[in-house]
Structures are given as structure tokens and as C-alpha cells.
Design a protein around this ligand. Sequence first.
Ligand code: PBG
Length: 333
Amino acid sequence: MTGPESRPAVVRPRRLRTSPAMRRLVAETRLDPAQLVLPMFVADGIDEPRAISSMPGVHQHTMDSLRAAADDAVAAGVGGLMLFGVPKAEDKDATGSVGDRSDGILNRALGALRSDLGDSTVIMADTCLDEFTDHGHCGVLTASGTVDNDATLRRYEKLAVAQASAGAHVVGPSGMMDGQVAAIRDALDAEGFIDTAILAYTAKYASAFYGPFREAVGSSLVGDRRTYQQDPANRHESARELLADLEEGADMVMVKPAMSYLDIVRDVADRTDSPVAAYQVSGEYSMIAAAANNGWIDFDAAVDEAVLSIVRAGASIVLTYAATDIARRLQRR
Ligand code: PBG
């Protein structure tokens, strides 16, 4: 007797997996070096690049090593660079004033990269205060110690204008203050920087995965950022943040972290036609690196898979500390 039980399978998805060429032909998601952005740290007052112990392979750069690493990234086809400045401890103060000084480390580095690279890549700046404040918060504090939203906006306006005049093509407000995109847009326009784009940190969660970043920027933070960054429990809130950022004039929107928030990446991608970025943050990178250093996981394969999954979820731009290496592998393919 013949019946469905004894019949060989007729639907055979495995036919499309038979060879590398076949798999390449039918791949639904493709990575391109141009969609990768490399976050970079540049520190004031150091003579040698300094390894960040919690981020194997990532360094605080000197101005010279930054320029060399930026050249490497561009040669590998990376689409953009996101710069973070690490000032000397003694230059930090309550308002993060070194952030908008033209001789501050971040602005000097933006100027150096812009003069080296011109418009051959997209130079982005982290527009936030936490690297520059002695208390480590992303804004200025009220007398009672909470982050003062609107006073912080006035600081972001100055930061953004300083970064644009230093040479940034894109400013990236990452502090999660209400109204930050509108405030920055108005300030840039008023100073004639109408072509400086805003990459808005739209859905930024208060995440444990930023841990290694705190070492990377020598953060002074005590406590947490839960009064301004989002609660990991919330999904719909990100839709509201997205609406606000788009209304305020964001040119690109970002979700951060990426891997534990792929549902949010998908939601945001489904709700906007603007470019969607996602940030594979320090802890995501370091977890893979730590497992690889123990011989438990193949670093290249795992990081490629993670970035592919972020793109599959809907991001068209991925910030990753592995950008240069991934781009090189893609170029060789
Ligand atoms: C804030 C900022 C942070 C990161 C990027 N921008 C730290 C924070 O919000 O606490 C984290 C990036 C990472 O972990 O890789 N300036």
C-alpha cells in the first residue's frame, strides 16, 4: 500500500542549498562594506595606542594611529566612521565643556580625518556629553542630581555646531534627551550647516551591554542612565520615539543595542522609509571576542553571522567594531 507516509519528499528546500554557488544565488540578505560603520576612540594625551582590555582588538587611538586606522577602514570599503573622544581626566567638568572646544580631542580628530579623507567616507561624531563630564552622565545635572533635559539641549546645540565646523558630515545625538533632534537641527541650520545630517539614536535602551564602552571612554559614571535611556521591557515606546525623531528632522534613525533588540530593528524598519542603522555595541562585540579567545567560538564566523542577522532584521547600516575586518572579508569574497 502506498500512502503519504511512504512517499518520498517532493518539496525539497535542500535543492537550493546544494552548493556555495546555489546558496549565493538565492541569498535573501547581502552585506556590503559600504553599509558598515566603524566606531573609533581617540584619546587626548597618550603617545601610544592603548588597548581596551574589555574589547580585544579595539584601541584608544592617538591622533596618528586614528588616522592610520581610518585609512585602513576606508581602503577596506567601510561606509563611515563614528568618532568618540576621550579627553584627559583633568579636562572633564560638570558641563562637558571640552566637548565643544575646537581644541578638544574629538573636534581635533574630526578635523584631522576630514582633511585626510575629505568626502571619500562619511565622518560621524558622537554628540553626547558623557565622555566629557566629570560625573559621566549624558547631560548636565540639576541641583538635585537628575539630568536636566532642556539645559542639556543647549549643550548639545553647541556640541553639534562644533562638530560640524570641525568637519563631521553627520552628528549622532546619543543622549536620549527629549527634543534633541529638533534642537540640533535648528542650531545647525542657524549656523549654516544645512547639509550636516543627523543620525538619531532613536531607540536606545539602558543596556548592560554597554559595559566595555565605559572602559573604552574612561567613563566617570556612577549609577545608571535609566531616567533617560529606554527600559528594555518596552517595545511600543520605540515607535513613539521614532515618530518624534522623524518629526524633528532626523535623517537616519538608529536602534541600539542590536542583537537583543532585533524585534525593535524590525519594527523601526517596517515603520519608516528613512535609513535605519543598528549598533552592535561593545558588550555584543566583547562577548563574541571573549568566547573566541577561549576557543569556544569562531570569531569571524560569529561576528559575520551577527551582523548579517542585524541586516536581515531590517537595518541598512550597521555600526560594528569589527567593520574593517568584515569589510576586508567581503572584498575578498
Ligand atoms: C553615549 C554612548 C554610549 C555608547 C555609545 N554612545 C554609552 C552609553 O550610552 O552608556 C555605547 C556604545 C557601546 O557600548 O559600544 N555617548
